[in-house]
Ligand binder design. Structure first.
Ligand SMILES: *[C@@H]1O[C@H](CO)[C@@H](O)[C@H](O)[C@H]1NC(C)=O
Ligand SMILES: *[C@@H]1O[C@H](CO)[C@@H](O)[C@H](O)[C@H]1NC(C)=O
Ligand SMILES: *[C@@H]1O[C@H](CO)[C@@H](O)[C@H](O)[C@H]1NC(C)=O
Ligand SMILES: *[C@@H]1O[C@H](CO)[C@@H](O)[C@H](O)[C@H]1NC(C)=O
Length: 418
């Protein structure tokens, strides 16, 4: 089964967008979930959408070790613009909140080894009512973003018709390419057309976008995380094969560091997003993050799994009557990531199983590293009985690798943090 998935991914890769970007899921920071359309700089100067906010977060990404772990994108969302284009039809950043303009911000983040993302909307207006990229403005806007040396564009879909989207999303892809500047392209298109075939043509999306939002916006609650996880899992047969190097499903931002998730739930979101080979965009105040949340987001083995070069998205492989779910993601070097997820609300649950019941049928000797506790579980064969203790709304996550019959994938590496 694992082999089939891998081959399929390789075959599909042939059709993917050829801008060479995002061979692994992008990582960084995106303003929307935490900062929304807060333009009230008078009362809330530290948290309003302004160049100051992005410069502060860029500084944190560099100085607190995020950049060196791979969190390199710093992305603007809605509400950065003036309410009107200028007399030449060009988009203008709000001069009070972005007094130096977007090019200055791009230079600032580039000088710190980061990349800048910007936001537009393929429609009459952005979701919050700022000037949209109507079809006649697509080429001009692509050129404007390139002239500012932006590195990524999120193109939203409010105030557009299905026909506008069918024409506009491919046009913007072409227009970005024509600028000659590599600009990663995030398409909200599928989320506006129900996220599924036949309305959504994922073959086409792979051809024109680096990532796409399949489903609803995430909100700051565990319920929102569960709704997203359940939708992605319900449709995994359709969605899983679409992900691969250069083209990713995007279940939306990480909530970790905000208000809606417990510690267990924060660990669960991180683990599940990693199984989904999802982009890791934080949307939180990096200036005030707790050490606990930082540990989750900066877990080196977790990031290594998320960024696995095979780029194969995982799947839920089973769900028990006791509300335990098991997810598996195939990784390079014959390794796998396994997430044991509890949907229970009572107490830590002792889940007894074997690798064979999780579809590992080889006659190999395996070892696992618990991604959060760093404990090593050795001497596992397909038929070894083992028990994991999973907290309510929590996970246990394993990095599983064969240690006989194959070269030890860990032998050449020293990321075991022991
Ligand atoms: C534009 O597309 C061509 C063909 O797919 C590709 O070779 C090239 O690298 C692209 N350029 C940019 C800047 O994305
Ligand atoms: C966008 O604006 C045009 C011109 O006013 C209008 O015809 C069209 O219906 C609008 N589209 C949407 C989706 O609101
Ligand atoms: C989806 O898009 C691809 C690539 O553009 C195209 O070849 C295919 O015919 C489309 N499929 C459908 C069902 O429209
Ligand atoms: C694992 O547990 C099952 C059921 O409890 C038992 O039948 C089996 O012998 C055990 N296997 C090993 C290798 O201990």
């Amino acid at each position: 089964m694992k082999l089939t998935v891998t081959l399929l991914a390789l075959v599909l890769q042939v059709f993917s967008l050829e801008n060479g970007l995002m061979r692994t899921p992008p990582m960084g920071w995106l303003a929307w979930e935490r900062y929304r359309c807060n333009i009230n700089c008078k009362e809330d100067p530290d948290n309003c959408i302004s160049e100051q906010l992005f410069m502060n977060m860029a500084d944190r990404l560099v100085e607190d070790g995020w950049r060196d772990l791979g969190y390199t994108y710093i992305n603007i969302d809605d509400c950065w613009m003036m309410p009107e284009r200028d007399e030449d039809g060009i988009l203008v950043a709000d001069p009070e909140r972005f007094p130096h303009g977007i090019k200055y911000l791009a230079d600032y983040v580039h000088s710190r080894g980061l990349k800048l993302g910007i936001y537009e909307d393929l429609g009459n207006k952005t979701c919050m009512g700022y000037p949209g990229s109507t079809l006649d403005k697509v080429v001009l806007d692509a050129q404007t973003f390139a002239s500012w040396e932006v590195d990524m564009l999120k193109l939203d879909g409010c105030y557009s018709s299905p026909e506008d989207r069918a024409q506009g999303y491919p046009s913007m892809s072409k227009a970005l390419n024509a600028t000659g500047r590599p600009i990663a392209y995030s398409c909200s298109w599928p989320a506006y057309d129900g996220g599924l075939p036949p309305e959504v043509n994922y073959t086409l999306l792979m051809d024109i976008c680096n990532l796409w939002r399949n489903y609803d916006d995430i909100q700051d609650s565990w319920q929102s995380v569960l709704t997203i996880v359940d939708w992605f899992t319900k449709h995994q047969e359709v969605l899983q094969p679409m992900a691969g190097p250069g083209h990713w499903n995007d279940p939306d931002m990480l909530l970790i560091g905000n208000y809606g998730l417990s510690f267990e739930q924060a660990k669960s979101q991180m683990a599940l997003w990693t199984i989904f080979a999802a982009p890791l965009f934080m949307s939180t105040d990096l200036r005030t993050m707790s050490a606990q949340n930082m540990d989750i987001l900066q877990n080196k083995l977790m990031i290594e799994i998320n960024q696995d070069p095979l780029g194969v998205q995982g799947r839920r492989i089973l769900k028990t009557q006791d509300a335990i779910e098991v997810y598996v993601r195939p990784l390079s070097r014959k390794a796998s990531a396994i997430v044991f997820f509890s949907r229970r609300t009572d107490m830590p649950y002792r889940y007894h199983t074997t690798l064979r019941s999780l579809s590992f049928t080889d006659s190999l000797l395996y070892e696992a590293q618990d991604v959060y506790t760093e404990n090593i579980i050795s001497g596992l064969t397909a038929d070894t009985n083992f028990t994991v203790v999973i907290n309510p709304s929590g996970v246990v996550m394993w990095y599983l690798y064969p240690i006989s019959g194959l070269e030890n994938p860990l032998a050449s590496k020293t990321f075991l943090r022991l």
